[in-house]
Design a protein around this ligand. Structure first.
Ligand code: G4P
Length: 189
C-alpha cells in the first residue's frame, strides 16, 4: 500500500536494525484518514472471504480493527491482556511470549463473543515473531471458529511471524512488508 509506505518513510523512525517507531501515526497519535484508507484496503484484499467478525488484541489493534470493521459491517472483538488475573472462567485463553519484551502474557476472549459459526479476520498493527497472532488463532480454534485470514499493517519480513503463518496455509495480507533496516533506511520487500 503505497500511501502507507510513504508515511513510514516520511515519518517513521528506525531504531537500530530491527525496530520501527510509528508513534506519530499508528501507535500513539493516530492518523484517522490513513486508518480509513487501511480499512478500505483490508476490505479490498479480503472481499471474497466470508467474514463475520474481526478479532484483534489490545491496545494498538483496536482502533485499526474498528475502522476496518465499518467496511465489513461486522463487530470487533479484542483479546484482553492479563487474562490470568481473576476475571472468571468464561474465557478462552492463550499464553503469548513477547521476544521484544521477554515476557509471557495470558490473553483472553470471553466465550460469549466467539462461536463455531464465526469466520474471523484477525487484524493487528505489527507482525514480528507472530506470537500474538498464533495466540489469537489458538483461541479461535478453542472456540471452533474459522480463521479466514490475517491482515497486518506493518510486517517485519526479516522476522519469522508472517512466513510461519503462511506455511500453515493461512492467508496473510500485510500492507507494508519491511525487508530490512539498513543504516537507518527502511527497505521494503
Ligand atoms: P509478535 O507478537 O509478532 O511475536 O511480536 P513481539 O511480541 O515481539 O511484539 C511485542 C509488541 O511490540 C507488540 O505490541 C508489537 O506490535 C510491537 N512491535 C514489534 N515490533 C515492533 C516495531 O518494530 N515497532 C513498533 N512500533 N512496535 C513493534 P504490544 O506490546 O502488544 O503493544 P500494543 O499493541 O499494546 O501497542
Amino acid at each position: 500500500m503505497e500511501l502507507l509506505k510513504q508515511k513510514i518513510v516520511n515519518e517513521g523512525k528506525a531504531i537500530g536494525s530491527d525496530v520501527i517507531k510509528v508513534d506519530m501515526f499508528l501507535n500513539h497519535q493516530i492518523d484517522v484518514d490513513l486508518l480509513n484508507e487501511i480499512g478500505k484496503e483490508f476490505k479490498k484484499r479480503f472481499s471474497s472471504d466470508k467474514i463475520t467478525k474481526i478479532v484483534t488484541i489490545e491496545a494498538s489493534g483496536i482502533g485499526i480493527a474498528c475502522i476496518a470493521a465499518q467496511y465489513f459491517g461486522v463487530p470487533v472483538v479484542f483479546a484482553k491482556k492479563g487474562a490470568n488475573r481473576n476475571v472468571g472462567d468464561n474465557l478462552y485463553k492463550a499464553d503469548v511470549f513477547s521476544f521484544t519484551k521477554g515476557t509471557t502474557t495470558t490473553i483472553g476472549i470471553s466465550k460469549d463473543y466467539l462461536s463455531p459459526d464465526d469466520h474471523v479476520l484477525i487484524i493487528d498493527d505489527f507482525m514480528a515473531n507472530g506470537k500474538a497472532v498464533h495466540g489469537l488463532i489458538n483461541i479461535l480454534n478453542q472456540a471452533g471458529a474459522t480463521t479466514e485470514g490475517i491482515g497486518i499493517v506493518i510486517e517485519k519480513g526479516f522476522q519469522p511471524g508472517g512466513d510461519s503463518l503462511r506455511s500453515l496455509g493461512l492467508k496473510v495480507e500485510s500492507l507494508a512488508i519491511i525487508k530490512s533496516i539498513d543504516d537507518g533506511n527502511i527497505i521494503f520487500g
